[in-house]
Ligand binder design. Structure first.
Ligand code: NAP
Length: 456
């Protein structure tokens, strides 16, 4: 089996961080392997391209690492090929020795409250995808001609949403933010942004660096209420734990914010704690948010929000729900609907008590949406260790691999793009950005990317 012409053929589904780290771990294994990476968009890099905020360019430098992996012998990119649309899981299993799902968490958790879907209420996925030029969200509209926005959730995605709403648009002009978003943000009349947490300041999920940035936005006052910073004994226990340094730093920042005044700044960000949304108010669009006041219950490090019975209303025109992402089910495979992941045992996909032979999962679809980009490296190494252990034990069955798979595409109208074709798109985007002083101007429509590469 381990001869070059009978290489192990492995398909990685998804080209974000977890997919690239899985490919890297496979290619470093010292075995004759062919790794085919399938990606539903013509462009690679997943959330690094369409999730990382445009004003955080350093985080995108990891693309250089992925680019090196993509240029390695034994690697092939099959862009514009969607699992479920262009190929099925059964077909992939027939063509490859193993498939590794690295599709991330492409959807959002629901609040499950009345009015959640009123016009003016948006998910973080929609807003982040929109300003980052993801083709799925290109035509979403956000009415930024309003004054008051509420963001639900206190994690780093909420911080990204808030920063893009609050920053002076001129500071975004030389980033890779999409032109349509820049145009809309230039007309923005947003004055107040309220960020709501269901628990307290000690439980906010921001990393201190991201929280500090919110306090440094030009012409923007960042405010918190002193009363929310009177923490109980269990919160103090949490803050005194050296393993929980982020929480202590966050609370120090929130304390600084309590001393700030709105003054005549152009915008203000206000943090609210111990509030759970219970209803989005409005007849034909968002007019307000009813929230229930909470107290914390339970032991330190496991404190949960519990309703006090008191409610209040926040008037607002726009709502952004940033309460965590979730994976989407893959036809033909089991799904844990509660956790929004593909059920697995350390990366081996499971169906009840059984493992599904030859099918693996990594990244956010494996463990849920947590950690930073680099967290996915160890996660993918873990999955790949099991893939390789199973494969070297497996019977030597030949699989037709990617050439045979590609041969199916023309009849289906699937036009797959190679990595070289992505590099053409990359070069054209960089060229489009140059006159505007931007690192790139992304193509936001798949048809334009296909036309550029001669697949129009
Ligand atoms: P997150 O960090 O898990 O934060 C989710 C927030 O939503 C928490 O405040 C959570 O509160 C709240 N929440 C959850 N369910 C809720 C409900 N039903 N009602 C009200 N609030 C609710 O998720 P995220 O912000 O989406 O970030 C995902 C991951 O990406 C994180 O690991 C994050 O650090 C990472 N990320 C990193 C960066 C960066 O490094 N710059 C940027 C973006 C994202 P509880 O704590 O009470 O559950």
């Amino acid at each position: 089996m381990n001869t070059p012409d009978k290489a192990l053929k492995i398909a990685v589904i998804g080209s974000g961080p977890s997919g690239f780290y899985a490919a890297e771990a496979l290619l470093r294994a010292g075995l004759p392997l062919q790794v085919d990476m399938l990606e539903r968009l013509p462009t690679p890099f997943g959330l690094v391209r369409s999730g990382v905020a445009p004003d955080h360019p350093k985080l995108k430098e990891v693309i250089k690492v992925y680019d090196r992996i993509a240029r390695s012998p034994g690697f092939r990119f099959l862009g514009n090929v969607a699992l479920g649309r262009d190929v099925t899981v059964a077909e992939l299993r027939a063509h490859y020795h193993a498939i590794i799902l690295a599709c991330g968490a492409q959807s959002d958790r629901c609040m499950g409250i009345p009015g959640e879907d009123l016009p003016g209420s948006h998910t973080a996925t929609e807003f982040v995808g929109w300003f980052n030029g993801h083709p799925d969200y290109r035509d979403h509209a956000f009415d930024l001609g309003r004054e008051v926005a509420v963001i639900v959730g206190q994690g780093n995605v909420a911080a990204d949403v808030c920063r893009i709403l609050a920053k002076p648009v001129d500071e975004l002009r030389t980033t890779d933010i999409s032109e349509h978003a820049l145009d809309a943000l230039a007309q923005s009349r947003i004055r107040e942004i309220h960020i709501i947490g269901r628990r307290g300041p000690a439980q906010a999920r921001f990393t201190p660096r991201e929280l500090r940035e919110l306090g440094e936005i030009h012409q923007c006052a960042t405010l918190a209420d002193n009363r929310d910073l009177r923490l109980g004994e269990r919160c103090e226990t949490e803050l005194n734990d050296l393993q929980n340094g982020n929480a202590a730093k966050n609370c120090a920042l929130f304390r600084e914010f309590t001393a700030n005044q709105a003054g005549n700044r152009r915008r203000q960000i206000r943090f609210h704690f111990y509030l759970s949304p219970s209803e989005v108010l409005g007849d034909s669009r968002v007019e307000g948010l009813r929230v229930a006041r909470n107290r914390l219950e339970g032991p330190a490090f496991a404190q949960v929000a519990s309703a006090t019975g008191e409610t209040t209303t926040l008037n607002c025109d726009l709502l952004f729900r940033s309460i965590g992402y979730r994976g989407v089910p893959i036809p033909g495979l089991p799904f844990d609907d509660h956790r929004g992941i593909v059920p697995n045992a350390v990366g081996r996909v499971t169906d009840g008590d059984h493992t599904v032979p030859g099918v693996y999962v990594t990244g956010w679809l494996k463990r849920g949406p947590s950690g930073v980009i680099g967290t996915n490296r160890a996660d993918s190494v873990e999955t790949v260790t099991h893939v390789l252990a199973d494969l070297t034990q497996a019977d030597a069955v030949e699989k037709p691999g990617g050439d045979a798979l590609e041969a199916l595409f023309p009849a289906r109208g699937t036009r797959n793009l190679s990595y070289e074709e992505w590099l053409q798109i990359d070069e054209a985007e960089i060229e489009r950005g140059r006159p505007h002083g931007k690192p790139r101007e992304k193509f936001t429509r798949v048809r334009d990317m296909l036309a550029l590469t001669g697949h129009g």
